[in-house]
Design a protein around this ligand. Structure first.
Ligand code: FES
Length: 210
């Protein structure tokens, strides 16, 4: 029988199995934490930090990515504290600065109250979440794409930017990519977000991905 861990999530005392992440425990008890680079069936990568939560132990507190933070006895998890909300908004803003037309990111911005991009915006077409690399390697067994370069030049590509013979064109990388979908069609001024996805009709036509 699995060993159970006692912790508190948003004021509610709960039990979770040893080995679960805080995200798994929160979702088990119906607590919503947004994620982007996390997908069931793929190894945690903790790239986007969107799943940030505040972890309190005694009088110490830290912000951590819940998708990779293991449940521990006696911790208190806050999924929506002022610190978490502020951090989450900055993370969404930074990702939008890299991919301002992503519908997924636009939906997140609408949901979490981000109305402006304060950072220099340049459409890079990638938020470096690594979902494509992991699905190609772990689910399709191909390993045809990977990360190259460091710092601001970091990118996902095939070796030497030529189609690798390992690629079977299965499309799994495009399927999981949060920014390859139909771009947001809202009227944009530089630095402005349209929040058009708050329009119910558009949401039905092009559902926001969770
Ligand atoms: S979903 Fe946890 S870091 Fe991206």
């Amino acid at each position: 029988m699995s060993e159970m861990i006692n912790l508190v999530i948003d004021g509610q005392a709960v039990e979770a199995e040893r080995g679960w992440t805080v995200l798994e425990a929160a979702r088990y008890y119906g607590v919503d934490i947004p994620t982007l680079c996390h997908k069931e069936g793929l190894a945690p990568y903790s790239a986007c930090r969107l799943c940030v939560v505040e972890i309190r132990r005694g009088n110490r507190s830290q912000l951590s990515a819940s998708c990779s933070f293991p449940v521990q006895d006696g911790i208190e998890v806050l999924t929506n504290s002022a610190r978490v909300q502020k951090s989450r908004k900055v993370i969404i803003e930074l990702m939008l600065a890299s991919c301002p037309n992503s519908r997924t990111l636009q939906c997140l911005a609408s949901k979490y109250g981000v109305t402006k991009i304060r950072y220099k915006s340049e459409d890079r077409g990638c938020v470096l979440c690594g979902l494509c690399v992991r699905v190609c390697e772990e689910q399709m067994g191909a390993g045809a794409i990977g990360f190259f370069y460091r710092g601001t030049g970091r990118e996902v590509a095939m070796p030497f930017h030529t189609r690798d013979e390992l690629c079977r064109e299965c499309g799994a990388c495009l399927y999981v990519c949060p920014v390859c979908e139909l771009p947001c069609q809202g009227p944009l001024q530089p630095g402005e977000l349209c929040n058009a996805c708050l329009d119910t009709l558009q949401i039905e036509a092009f559902p926001c991905r969770e």
